[in-house]
Design a protein. Structure first.
Lengths: 648, 161
């Protein structure tokens, strides 16, 4: 049978028995769940034993991509890792990029499903149909950079997903990395790989991704090229990566810590922000098919770490880490960025955790003896490096740090954490609504089944306070129906964020399922019309914009239901206490959580109402936050109707 | 006027659109193996190196071909293979210093860059300007200027030191 767009095969690998099985891609499933995240969530729904400890061998990890991955349409290198993540105990589809997903397809596979536990360290090699569980003794104990480079040397031009020492020690905040250019699996993918003794995966192949209607596909692809060439910010983005948008990002996430709350941005800029970044050495690189390469090897050009290089998804994460921990210069930011990525420690997560323990020390709640004698001095790079080393290796108090907020609860009690941190589903929020206002990305953190993350709200409203006609245009581009747009814009606060978020979530699910990069610099070139054309032409499966949006909603409901089965419900979507308390800036001014247009200070009732509106827009039960049987039947999901929880 | 594809590896970000566009044009599918060019990531040097046929003045592949199946297209300057004469001995692949001739196991034929009849798709799809299609004299000037730039930078560094 010929497959178009899709590679056409799935690989099942049992690391305990060493069995490797190949199955044809189920096209019926593909039609219903698109690919990538959608198919992975559906496969996992059947494979996952509810309530399983994520570190048990039976907990599957599914890697793979979508039907548009590797097709040469802009930014089609998305690769997903779907599993039950230990940090939040939720099932999620973590996204990454670079070569792995594309090359897995060239080897002939859309997905690889991994279960079991190898008796010794291994890596999985997939070179066309030569699939082998290989000895990884020489890689164990090595960091991600060393491991990836060793595998590139051994296997040539290939895609590599690898984890570091943090993963080997089953860190709940251990992630993995794709080809030293993209992190993947925030929330413990690295740790789950570690529990399987799986150091890395390697993929490459000599195959082809066939296109059902090349002429039709080409027409759209060429028009996208023309637009990319005309895009006025193209040069700036390649030059400055997503740091080009630093002023918005710095406000929306990261630009705060628990001591000074909101520092002086001008000072931050000079020390570790955009001004400092521009003085770093840089080599830009991109994923296969990327029109706007925004990944980079940055190099410190002055100071103590002069010459230190960091192969990074973006310097932004280093800047945020440095801001929170008050590091002195961009060289120090490069150093901590490099070290976290080598160990495979989630650099967003560790910045919040370290900020938390440093703050406890600063306000006199704890002393160094409470953290096993580790130094608690903010602003000292050597202190940070010590903590990173202990965390990666679960050494002393690093054992608590490696378990993220679970470890903090063990050490300091849940009350203290709830009072001082913005925890949602067991993880600190990424987007801070008290600085920027409660837009889609900020709100979506509450309802995102996987727990708060950078991709929350998908292609949301981003920058605060955009004009309403821009918002409506954006909504239409994302496939929102006219009726849904009207409902979303029917609010005394101009936008009903709860209703709006449902559509940006579907847009995210669509990108994650088809294999398209969701970064705003790529996303902006797409509309639902373009995606419908590309998907139909690539796969030969004719799908209208409306049908695709329905598919995407179906994917989201499976994503929700698999987490409902784990016991998640409305109570897990509650906003954190801290959101209703003010933050203070460096001038002493209080900042309260406002709406997207900053016209009103938001109360718990306001947010609750948006939650109710969110469930209502989705056709879910507003009291339980769980999809109704009616909704699941409407989406053709009778196959996963629960024998638990919500009943009509 | 004879043209060449000029490579500026410093501008290459490894997006591989040159390879994707090539295989899509020639085979209507996306593939690296079937592309007539390739981009190799040389991690120790931190460079992406676009590798392709240089359409040499004295092509070894042409010299070695026992069937005289390889010739130059006078109009475009491209070194091309006549599939009807080719016996698939792969000698051209063995001798090419750029690895520019490859064997396609599906079609059982040698494949290589033919400059798309003078309008190379790889160049059209390189949005980073790493590949340009230039008359040879102009290309010489571009490389000369780039070389002068390197020398000038080195001199500035020496002066400042």
């Amino acid at each position: 049978m010929d497959y178009f767009g899709y590679a056409g095969k799935e690989l099942y690998v049992d690391l305990t028995t060493g069995e490797i099985e190949e199955k044809p891609l189920d096209l019926d499933m593909a039609v219903k769940f698109l690919g990538g995240m959608g198919i992975q969530q559906r496969i996992l729904y059947d494979l996952l034993r509810p309530g399983i400890d994520p570190f048990l061998p039976e907990n599957p990890i599914i890697f793979g991509s979508g039907p548009l991955t590797g097709t040469g349409a802009p930014g089609t290198s998305r690769v997903m890792a779907t599993l039950k993540y230990p940090e939040t105990s939720a099932i999620g589809s973590g996204g990454g990029a670079m070569r792995f997903g594309f090359m897995l397809k060239l080897a002939g596979y859309d997905h690889v499903v991994i279960t079991g536990r190898a008796s010794k360290p291994v890596y999985l090699k997939i070179v066309d149909n030569d699939v082998e569980i290989c000895d990884a003794k020489h890689l164990w104990g090595k960091d991600i950079v060393e491991s990836t480079e060793a595998l590139w040397d051994a296997h040539g031009d290939c895609g590599v997903i690898a984890m570091g020492q943090a993963g080997e020690h089953l860190g709940m905040i251990a992630q993995a990395a794709c080809d030293l250019g993209s992190s993947i699996g925030r929330g413990g993918l690295g740790g789950v790989m570690g529990s399987k003794n799986l150091k890395a995966l390697v993929a490459t192949g000599t195959g082809s991704i066939k296109i059902a209607d090349p002429e039709r596909f080409n027409k759209i692809r060429e028009s996208l090229f023309e637009r990319a060439k005309r895009y006025p910010l193209h040069g700036d983005i390649v030059r400055y990566s997503i740091m080009e948008n630093w002023h918005n990002y710095s406000i929306q996430f990261g630009y705060k810590n628990n001591r000074t709350f909101i520092p002086d941005l001008a000072e931050v800029d000079k020390a570790v922000g955009f001004d400092a970044y521009k003085k770093l050495g840089k080599k830009a690189f991109g994923c296969p098919s990327c029109f706007i390469a925004d990944k980079e090897i940055v190099e410190a050009t002055s100071g103590r770490f002069k010459g230190t290089k960091w192969s990074a998804p973006t310097y932004l994460n280093g800047a945020m880490l440095a801001t929170k921990l008050e590091l002195k210069d961009a060289g120090e930011a490069v150093k901590v960025g490099d070290v976290t990525d080598r160990y495979g420690i989630d650099n967003l997560g560790i910045s919040d955790l370290l900020d938390f323990v440093f703050s406890l020390y600063e306000d006199g709640t704890i002393t160094e003896s409470d953290v096993g004698g580790l130094p608690l001095k903010r602003g000292d790079i050597d202190v940070v490096l010590t903590w990173l080393d202990k965390t990666a290796n679960r050494d002393g108090f690093g054992n608590e740090m490696a378990d993220g907020w679970e470890g903090m609860k063990r050490a300091f009690g849940e009350d203290l954490i709830t009072k001082t941190s913005s925890i949602i589903k067991g993880r600190e929020g990424v987007w801070e609504p008290r600085i920027s206002g409660l837009g889609t990305n900020e709100f979506a953190q509450l309802v995102y089944p996987r727990g708060p993350n950078a991709e929350c709200g998908g292609s949301g409203l981003y920058t605060l306070g955009q004009a309403l006609d821009t918002v409506a245009h954006h909504a239409g581009r994302m496939g929102m129906s006219q009726e849904a747009i009207e409902r979303s814009l029917d609010s005394p606060l101009k936008i009903n964020i709860g209703r709006f978020v449902t559509s940006s979530e579907h847009w995210l699910a669509l990108f994650n399922s088809l294999g398209i990069c969701n970064r705003h610099v790529n996303n902006r070139f797409y509309s639902i019309g373009i995606i419908s054309e590309l998907y139909s032409a690539a796969t030969g499966i004719e799908r209208s914009p409306e049908e695709l949006m329905l598919d995407s909603e179906r994917v989201w409901n499976v994503f929700k239901m698999i987490n409902v089965r784990e016991g998640f419900s409305r109570t897990d979507d509650e906003p954190p206490e801290t959101w209703f308390e003010p933050m203070v800036d460096h001038k002493g001014k209080e900042h309260h959580m406002m709406d997207y247009y900053r016209t009103k200070k938001l109360s718990r009732e306001d947010v609750d109402q948006w939650l109710i509106d969110y469930y209502d827009e989705r056709g879910w039960n507003p009291e339980t936050g769980i999809p109704t049987e009616e909704k699941l039947v409407e989406l053709g999901l009778e196959e996963i109707l629960p024998s638990f929880g919500e009943k009509k | 006027m004879e043209h060449i594809i000029l490579l500026d590896y410093e501008k290459c970000v490894g997006c591989r659109q040159c390879s994707l566009s090539c295989s899509f044009t020639k085979e209507a599918s996306f593939s690296l193996a079937k592309a007539r060019n390739t981009v190799l990531w040389v991690h120790r040097a931190e460079v992406f190196m676009p590798m392709r046929c240089q359409h040499c003045e004295s092509p070894l592949c042409m010299d070695v071909c026992p069937m005289e199946a390889i010739s130059r297209n006078e109009e475009t300057g491209a070194i091309v293979i006549d599939a009807d004469r080719c016996i698939g001995c792969k000698m051209c692949m063995v001798v090419c210093p750029f690895g520019a001739v490859t064997w396609d196991a599906d079609s059982h034929s040698m494949i290589k860059c033919d400059l798309c009849d003078g309008e190379p798709e790889c160049v059209k799809h390189c949005v980073y300007g790493a590949l340009t299609w230039l008359p040879t004299d102009e290309a010489a000037m571009v490389t000369r200027q780039a070389g002068a730039g390197y020398l000038a930078n080195a001199l500035v560094e020496i002066k400042e030191a």
